[in-house]
Every structure is written in C-alpha cells, then in structure tokens.
Design a protein around this ligand. Structure first.
Ligand SMILES: [Zn+2]
Length: 308
C-alpha cells in the first residue's frame, strides 16, 4: 500500500499482558520509525486461539497507549485476514513451493529439523495433515540493522508449516503476507525471532515471484534487538512468569528500556522530558536522538522488578 518512506510495525500476540521484554521491542521499533519520520503500525497476531487469553488484545493496546506508544492507522487483526493467507497459499501451491505433509508430531518427535519426508510426495497410505514451505538449499544472508551481516544455512532450518494440522494459519505465512500487504519497510523485533527471518525472506521471495514484484526492492530491512533474560538465562515471557508492565510506572519503565538500549538518557532534553511526567514527550525526545548503532547485540540480564 505504502510506496515510499519508512513503515515499521509492532506485532504482539495476545497470549498475555505486555511485559518488559515486549515493551523493549515496542519502544525500540517506535523510536526507530519516528527517528526517520516513519509510520508505526500495530498488528495483533491472534492466529493461535488455543494460546490466547481473553481480553489480552485490548489490554495490550491500552498498555501501549499508557506508555505513550501511539500507533498510526487502524490496528490490524490477523484473525480477520484468512482470505489473504488463503490466496497466498493457493499461489504457493501453483508455483510448487509448498507440499502436503503427513507427518504427525509423534513422527517428528526428537527431530530438530524437518527431514523432508514428504517433500517428494506423501508416503503410501498416508494423508496430508498440513502444508509445508520448501526452504531449498544454500546460505541466506542479510545485513541486519543491529547485528550486521547475518547468515543461515537453509538446510539447518528445514521446511516449515504454512498451514497447521489443526487448521490454523502458521505464523511465518501470515507475517509475510501482512508485512507485504501493509508495505512494511523495516522489521525491528527481538532476536528470539532471528531464525524466522531467513524463512520469511524465502517466503517473501516466493510470493514476490507470484506477483512479479521486485523481490530485492520490496524486501524489508530487518533488525534484531537484544532479548531480556532472567537470572537463569531464560527469555522473559509468559512461560517464565514475566510480570506485566504497569501503566502507573510508564515513565520509569521507558527510561529503563532506553538505558538497556544504550541510548543517551543523561542528556538535558531527555531529563527535561522525564521531569515533565509526559511519557509521550519522553518518547518523542528519545526518538529524536535515537541511535540504532548503540543498541547492544547481546542479551540483557534482568532480575525483575524489585530485585535490581
Ligand atoms: Zn511430512
């Protein structure tokens, strides 16, 4: 849709409330977009009803607002976009980039990378359960906005699902279809998603072929932020019982995130904005002096609230 200019996005899953790790990604992607005069979209990745929590989408949006993270345009909900994903899958079937797979979770137990069992056809007397995308072979490299030159072997990632056995759309397909549809030019997100990027680049390439769009000119730039870890080296998440952020603590939380991101917070402008008590002003000031090259490339350890 957007022809020119920076279009960034923040794409939470409504599986729980926003915690400090997701706030870090939101603040960084917001500052990166606003520093370049760009737009910042919010997309709700609500494609996994079994994992979702009632009311979480609204709660996340209220929490973003409470932290001064105003978004541009309408919030997009993936759950309402099945038609787009269906069209993309049909196209990928036509150009032979996906194949039906009969393997169950049990068949693949203990196997880290899909071994390609059904790539050349379903085994005899087996029925298709899901659809997988063919990763192909060779190295997939990109110049990461934060990590620099980054590369993966396609083989080490394996063919991944685009339509799941339970009938839900798989994460990778929906993300790429939406980033394309929304004209996203910059994807700034946590390094926990680093190995999704080569998969998304391959999918992007396959979908660009279908519509004869220029792959290299349309592909977004990717930047991967440090993840927050607890003292056990676990990524902060709902599974590791990360505490939700509190809107009443918005100023302090944003300042803490900016410090983690190595952004200059001792500066008079930032301090003035901090003392004004207006978190949106604080963010605007932070975006003005945002310096992507200062963002650390290693995980950040954090004990959690009240423990340092
Ligand atoms: Zn299979």
């Amino acid at each position: 849709m957007q022809a020119a200019g920076y279009v960034g996005r923040f794409a939470p899953s409504p599986t729980g409330r926003l915690h400090m790790g997701s706030l870090l990604a939101a603040v960084a992607s917001w500052c990166d977009a606003k520093h370049q005069g760009g737009t910042w979209l919010v997309r709700m990745e609500d494609l996994d009803p079994p994992r979702e929590v009632a009311g979480a989408s609204d709660d996340i949006l209220r929490t973003l607002e409470g932290h001064g993270l105003h978004w541009d345009g309408e919030v997009v909900y993936q759950s309402r976009r099945s038609e787009l994903y269906k069209d993309a899958l049909e196209g990928l079937k036509r150009n032979g980039r996906v194949f039906p797979c009969a393997c169950s979770r049990k068949d693949l137990a203990g196997i880290a990378v899909y071994p390609g069992t059904c790539r050349v056809g379903l085994p005899p007397n087996k029925e298709a359960r899901l659809w997988r995308f063919q990763m192909g072979e060779g190295a997939l490299a990109w110049e990461d906005l934060i990590l620099g030159q980054t590369s993966f072997e396609a083989r080490s990632l394996g063919d991944f699902p685009v339509l799941r056995a339970d009938g839900f759309w798989a994460y990778q397909l929906a993300v790429v279809v939406d980033d394309r549809d929304q004209g996203v030019t910059h994807v700034v997100r946590g390094s926990d998603l680093l190995d999704s990027t080569p998969k998304q680049i391959q999918l992007w390439s396959a979908l660009a072929q279908l519509t004869s769009t220029d792959f290299h000119n349309s592909l977004p730039e990717y930047g991967h932020l440090p993840v927050l870890e607890n003292n056990l080296g676990q990524k902060l998440s709902k599974q590791t019982l990360a505490q939700p952020v509190q809107v009443s603590q918005a100023m302090a939380s944003v300042m803490r995130v900016l410090r983690w991101l190595n952004q200059p917070v001792g500066d008079g402008g930032i301090q003035g904005a901090f003392e004004s008590g207006d978190v949106h002003q604080l963010l605007l000031r932070a975006a003005e002096q945002w310096d992507r090259s200062l963002v650390p490339t290693q995980s950040i350890q954090w004990q959690g609230e009240g423990q340092g």
